[in-house]
Write a protein that binds this ligand. Sequence first.
Ligand code: MLT
Length: 207
Amino acid sequence: MTEFIHRFEPATTAGSPPLLLLHGTGGDENDLLGLGKMISPGSALLSPRGRVLEHGMPRFFRRLAEGVFDEEDVRRRALELGEFVADARKQYGIAAPIAVGFSNGANIAAALLLLKPGALAGAILLRAMVPLSDPPKTDPLKAELDGKPVLLLSGQNDPIVPASNSGQLAALLLDAGARVDHRVLPAGHQLSQADVTLARNWIGSVE
Ligand code: MLT
């Protein structure tokens, strides 16, 4: 098994979609458990800690500067995360999860969707940006992403993710075949109550 320190909480309601919780820079495997429970009470929660350290802060891939990614590392780490998810599914007996990623965690989830869409049943991307400047444009990608639901929630005053960048991500995922719902909220990079409400309603509608 690709080793990730992680938390796993089994489902308490049969049929609820499992969630893959992916924290932001400096977070850990405990951070998003509360959010996961608010978004989908009863779901199994799989929550790994990012294996990259930036000045002691866990992340899911290396970056050269804020918003400037080491794309070779993005690719390697996204595939590694995909292997972890596959192994964890066998170990815990869960279906393909819906990723719920915040910031750096949303970026690795977007990379995973573009590189190995079969790993996920869908994704909630909170404050995500384009993770790869040259993602694969293959027919198999299109077929695998076909109709996969993605909720992208952006902040209109986000100092880290310009509106043009989140718009580009939405277009990229749409073009690759995903069913994208992109909302821009009156918020910054931090999450707001509206994120929780929209995510909860969205997950109820795709279940
Ligand atoms: C990233 O590095 O993934 C983005 O800059 C968001 C962040 O984690 O600050």
